[in-house]
Structure formats: C-alpha cells, structure tokens
Design a protein around this ligand. Structure first.
Ligand SMILES: NC(=[NH2+])NCCC[C@H](N)C(=O)O
Length: 376
C-alpha cells in the first residue's frame, strides 16, 4: 500500500497511471440531476438518447435517488483512497441547475465528476484540455484553487486554446467512419456559427495514456489532430504516439496499463494499434460480468453514457494495488489470481454518468518519473 510521501517538490509530479499514488483529486457530483442533451453532448450518446428525447428537448432528468447513490459511492471511493494513505483533494461544490453560456451557445453546467477529462498532468505541468462538451467548458473552475496552489508550489500550468464550440466546431469524422448517422444528433438548432471558424482544437485528457516519457494519444478526427500537434510542440521532451482513432475520444476503458509489461485491454483487436514495444505486453481481458445491468425501468429511462467495458476503468494505487468496482467480482478474482491487492469500491451507476474510478480522478502526484517503459 502507498505511504504518504513528502509533497512533490513542484506541487504536481505525475508521469503515469500505476506508480505509487500520493495525491489525487476525486470528482464530485452534487446536483448531477440531469444531462443537458446539447448537440455537443448528444453527438456522443445519440443512439442511446434519441428514443428518450422529445422534439427540442434538452434536459434529461436523473432521479435524485440515483444522484444520492452516486454521491454515496463517490464518497466511499474518496474514503477508500484516504484509507490507503493517499492525500485526497475534492473540487469545490457545484451549484444546482447552473447555466453557462458564451456568445455562441447556452448550456447547463456539468458537475466536476469526471475530472480525468478536462486535464492531463504531464510530469510537473498541469495541462487543461479543450472540452468537447459546452456544459464542461467551465468545469475546471472547480479545481482552480488546487491548480493555483500547485502553481505557487512550482508546477507549470498550461491550457490548450479554449474552444469556441460554436456551430460546426466538432468533427464527426469518427462517427462517419463507423457508419453512425449523427445528422440528427448534430442539428445545432440554437448555436451560432463563427464566420471563418471551422473545426477547432478540441481534446479531452482521457484521450491520453501516460507511460513515463511516452504518451499514447487517441486521435480520431481533426479536432484531436490539432491538439496532438499542440502537445508535441509544447512537450518536445516526451515521446508521442498516435492511437489511430480507436475510440470517439476517451481510451481509459480500452487500454489501462497496470504496470510496465502488463495492461488491461478491452480485446485483442486493440493490440495492433499500440506502439510496437507495447504490443508484446501481457494483457488481462475483461471477464464477462455476472452483475446484471442496473434496471432503471422503474425510473422510465436508461441512458448509458458509457459502454459495458467501463469497469476496466480502474485506478491503480501502485503497481500491485488496484481499485476495482465491487460489482465486478470476476475482475477482482482475476486480478487477485495475478497477485494484485484489490481495493473493492462500490460504483452502482457507472454507465449513467460516463465514467468509472479512473474517470473520476486526476492523479496529481505519483512516485514515477519520465521512465523509458517502451524501450524498443
Ligand atoms: N474519462 C472518462 N470519462 N472515460 C470514460 C470512457 C467511456 C468510454 N467511452 C466507454 O464507453 O467505455
């Protein structure tokens, strides 16, 4: 188990997802009582959402009981990490029914739950990324107090250009290639276009897999290509590897390194897209889950915003200790057979809120450095 370490000299120090975890931000979901089916949100979930959306409807409400259960589970997660000796930080409290807007759009603010998505820590630099979803543009404001303290402690702090997310900003190339018709999803009835602005830099932190001095980046469209170029230009000392459009954006339920040479991998299909030295890594594939999908019929809606693979979205406390959803005993058993210590943490609604324990966290301080885990 991790023992508390001295604060990192630069505030933040985080080059990977598996060396001993010293400090972490765990998201929060106060008042997460609706999804705003803005076109930038429904682009990603339209197949599940469309049957439930009335003409012009935007708010997809989530019963308070489910929100309360989610917050119980997130609190249990934070307590479990603290019990393992990890310093746990939380975002500031989001308000209720907060509206956000720009000259080009209006939306409901998303609570800072999936904090993995709007930031990536690259060594001793905080990188705020360029949100895909309008309701997430100000989400990092709930982490600004922590980022400011880290900066005062010596961390570097960069931000990708804030995307306008005006009408037409998002590239649908990934869905087009997958044969998914997103015409209806992207009918942007309220947003305003900007003359001369086409596709812009848009990117989520969860598109990165950090491996010491190497970083894998899922690049699925031109939005992501611009962000990839930004990353390479700003971090020339790191080695960058494109994952060629293996997902719409996030990849932390596809490839999840557990330690050098061993990863969770959604299926053998994905091995071919990894950097050559990583294709030989041992993989643990997700076993079938015996836990039935939560039945939401009583609430009259089922809006999965995550795949059934979301439970491989685990958080490592160190190379031998992993937090796993207690509702996935098959994976727990598999990891324990491999000698891991598993910290089981209940997560009942992981497909409703688009994330698992890795999504809910931003690991700001880990022991590891810019190691060469992919030596050819
Ligand atoms: N950082 C995150 N929010 N990751 C969530 C990954 C969700 C992924 N699209 C899936 O459906 O499995």
């Amino acid at each position: 188990m991790t023992q508390p370490q001295l604060a990192a000299p630069a505030g933040v120090h985080s080059f990977d997802d598996f060396t001993p975890l010293c400090e972490v931000v765990v998201g929060r979901a106060d008042h997460y009582t609706a999804h705003d089916a803005d076109p930038t949100w429904r682009l990603f979930y339209f197949e599940n959402v469309a049957p439930h959306l009335g003409a012009g409807q935007r708010q997809l409400s989530i019963p308070q009981q489910i929100v309360d259960e989610l917050n119980e589970d997130v609190t249990g997660f934070a307590d479990a990490l603290a019990g393992c000796g990890v310093r746990v930080l939380r975002p500031s409290a989001p308000g209720k029914d907060v509206q956000v807007s720009s000259p080009w759009w209006s939306s409901s603010a998303t609570p800072p739950l999936n904090v993995r998505d709007n930031t990536v820590i690259l060594g001793e630099t905080i990188v705020e990324t360029a949100p895909h979803i309008r309701g997430r543009v100000f989400e990092n404001d709930h982490l600004k107090a922590h980022f400011t303290r880290y900066f005062e402690q010596g961390a570097n702090w960069l931000s990708m250009p804030r995307p306008a997310l005006a009408a037409g900003s998002l590239d649908t190339a990934y869905f087009d290639r997958e044969g998914i018709d997103v015409t209806a999803a992207t009918a942007d009835e309220t947003a305003v276009p900007i003359d001369g602005l086409g596709l812009e830099m848009v990117f989520d932190g969860a598109q990165c897999v950090r491996l010491g001095r190497d970083v894998l980046v899922n690049v699925s469209n031109h939005n992501h290509e611009l962000a990839y170029r930004w990353l390479v230009r700003n971090f020339p000392d790191l080695r960058w590897h494109r994952l060629p459009g293996i997902a719409d954006n996030h990849v932390d339920s596809i490839v999840v390194p557990l330690r050098p040479g061993l990863m969770l991998l959604r299926s053998p299909h994905y091995r071919q897209f990894l950097p050559a030295p990583m294709r030989g890594w041992e993989a643990i594939y997700p076993p079938p889950s015996s836990v039935p999908e939560q039945d939401y019929d009583e609430f009259g809606f089922v809006i999965p915003t995550a795949s059934r693979y979301i439970d491989i979205n685990v958080l490592s406390i160190d190379e031998n200790t992993v937090v796993v959803n207690s509702l996935y005993p098959e994976l727990i058993a598999l990891l324990e057979q491999r000698g891991f210590t598993v910290v089981p943490v209940r997560h009942r609604h992981r497909r409703l809120f688009g994330g698992g324990h890795h999504c809910f966290t931003l690991d700001t301080v880990r022991d590891g450095g810019p190691e060469d885990y992919l030596a050819a």
